[in-house]
Design a protein around this ligand. Structure first.
Ligand code: SAM
Length: 352
């Protein structure tokens, strides 16, 4: 296994057979070597810094009906909310005082946030917090809309591709959603000049080694600045509410593999990982993750952004406890600076 991992480090690529081997191996020493190589590579590029992003869940209204998602349109038992510009700015102010220099505005696809409203919100944050990065994660929009938001001051955009396999995509989404449009969005965002994040759930229904391999090859070709992956967690009241939960161990192995094939990527240890394991974030960092995204949404509304069951939004996942998080991560020898935590490009292409 060590030999395969060394090969991946030097070629920044792997074969399907190697992926299957790495994900199915019971060789604990080999798995530790995989995590160590990924963690060391992260430290080589980003030093001992772990970047924090303040996550503001601006709306749980969604016009989409993704089969896996707890805030999908057809769930009628969800208490829906949306934040006003003033409330969003209050979250940013609180986050700024806590040391956050990136704000991530995430939400369901909510048409209430027209380009006009959204550009106003982005421009106000940009004006009031000029030393902060603004990340958006608002789903699929037109190229013109992405351009307007970029011109208003947005720096980054997170849009998980969900799966790079067209047939798999169709099994996770209703017929009116299109794989081609998802990929079109990611390409547009990159061309416009955003720092772009793609990603997928680990253990989503119908996922196979082959679809995961396509995900990794998609990452190699897109060369995103960020990749968000986390275990699939069933959400009750959805068509996949009784499907098995994704594996923490497989998620950690995939984090490490993504670090090895795309070394400079900004890679969060996601809330879903923290939800499934009390040490999920620490384990993610030791497997190559270098970003955490504590929740900065108004505390009274957090429980409503329930994209899966038992989603954590308190304790280590809450922005207000970031000082505790700092202390908890000290034994790992990492530091959480109050800085934007931008992508550091490599001198040569990461894909070689
Ligand atoms: N609407 C935006 C979009 O589509 O990109 C952002 C919000 S969406 C809820 C954010 C991400 O949550 C999705 O890309 C999906 O991967 C993840 N997600 C949704 N349901 C999930 C589940 N049951 N388990 C784990 N992750 C889930």
């Amino acid at each position: 296994m060590k030999q395969i991992i060394d090969q991946i480090v030097s070629s920044r690529n792997l074969t399907l057979e190697q992926l299957v081997g790495l994900l199915s191996s019971n060789n604990q020493e080999g798995v530790r070597y995989l995590f160590d190589q990924a963690h060391q590579l992260t430290r080589h590029i980003y030093g001992n810094k772990i970047f924090i992003r303040g996550l503001i869940e601006i709306s749980n209204h969604c016009k989409n009906d993704c089969l896996y998602c707890g805030i999908r349109r057809s769930r009628t038992d969800v208490h829906r909310y949306r934040l006003t510009e003033e409330e969003i700015l209050q979250c940013c102010q609180q986050g700024y005082e806590l040391g956050f220099r990136t704000f991530v505005l995430q939400g369901g696809e909510d048409p209430w946030y027209t380009d006009e409203r959204m550009c106003h919100i982005v421009a106000s944050i940009h004006q009031q917090f000029p030393d902060c990065a603004i990340t958006l994660s608002l789903g699929e929009r037109s190229r013109q809309s992405y351009q307007r938001l970029f011109d208003a001051g947005a720096d980054r955009y997170l849009l998980r591709h969900e799966t790079a396999d067209r047939i798999h995509y169709q099994k996770l989404h209703p017929a009116e959603m299109s794989f081609d449009n998802r990929i079109r969005c990611l390409k547009d965002l990159k061309e416009i000049g955003y720092q772009v994040g793609c990603g997928f759930m680990v253990g989503s229904p119908y996922q196979t080694f082959e679809t995961l391999y396509q995900d990794l090859q998609f990452i190699r070709s897109l060369q995103p600045q960020m990749v968000g992956i986390g275990p699939f967690i069933p959400a009750s009241g959805t068509p996949f509410g009784d499907r098995p939960t994704g594996s923490v161990d497989t998620t950690l192995r995939l984090l490490a593999i993504i670090r090895l094939i795309h070394p400079h990527v900004l890679l969060p240890a996601t809330t879903a990982l923290g939800t499934l394991h009390p040490q999920g974030r620490e384990m993610g960092i030791l497997a190559g993750a270098n970003v955490i995204m504590p929740n900065l949404s108004p505390a009274r509304l957090r429980a409503n952004y329930s994209i899966y069951d038992n989603k954590l939004s308190t304790g280590a996942e809450a922005a207000e406890t970031v000082d505790d998080t700092r202390r908890r991560l000290t034994p790992l020898g990492v530091d959480i600076p109050a800085d934007r935590g931008d992508y550091t490009p490599s001198q040569t292409s990461d894909s070689q």
